[in-house]
Design a protein around this ligand. Sequence first.
Ligand SMILES: Nc1nc2c(ncn2[C@@H]2O[C@H](COP(=O)(O)OP(=O)(O)OP(=O)(O)O)[C@@H](O)[C@H]2O)c(=O)[nH]1
Ligand SMILES: [Mg+2]
Length: 212
Amino acid sequence: MFLSLLYHILASGGSIFYFMVLSQADKMSADVKSDTDIKEKWQGREMISKKIVLIGDFSTGKTSLIRRFVDNQFSDTYLSTIGVKISRKEIALPSATIQGLIWDVEGGTETKPVNKVYLAGADGCIVVADVTRSETIKHIETYTDIIRQASPKVAVMVVLNKVDCLKHDEKEQMKIKISEQYKDASLTSAKSGEGVELMFTALAERIMERQG
Ligand SMILES: Nc1nc2c(ncn2[C@@H]2O[C@H](COP(=O)(O)OP(=O)(O)OP(=O)(O)O)[C@@H](O)[C@H]2O)c(=O)[nH]1
Ligand SMILES: [Mg+2]
């Protein structure tokens, strides 16, 4: 086999060898997927998973926001989260559909804002404050600092929840104040559903912009 190949290479002045190299190169380039190929797959069946973590003071509405987003449900009963609970939800964007792995982390306190272990490998973080408790808004900075230290590349969204408890003009003032302070901020109500879907989608878009 080898001798016959060598004979053909010599006889054809190396053109067969050249052809073999070329066809191998063609095969290799077909195996390498372009960005467009990968994006087309996202739009089809294959999805990429992104870890999204909700943190913030206790009782700000983290669990309720996830429940509204994932199951479109709400309850007035308060059941404090212990440890962490993970939910899944597909988030469709114009460029791709992502599988959100949404981590509902137990609420922070003055002495222990958040267990940093939960932030490991996060693609996006949502810091939730409660518009009816000003101290939870003051603590936003503490959480964003912790996130930046744990994972500098993570996309962060600041959320002021329970806006159904505000009057119209109070809400407008709050909107202005928070958007002056933070680039990515949302006002939401897990109770009425206001702003919830939009907030999760905006965060997913930020994640994709950062990571491609
Ligand atoms: N009015 C109103 N109440 C809300 C809203 N979101 C949550 N709540 C109420 O606030 C309380 C706390 O909600 P949770 O979702 O359990 O809060 P959490 O941040 O998960 O609490 P922890 O797990 O203890 O940190 C519950 O009684 C909810 O019904 C909202 O948008 N509007
Ligand atoms: Mg909770």
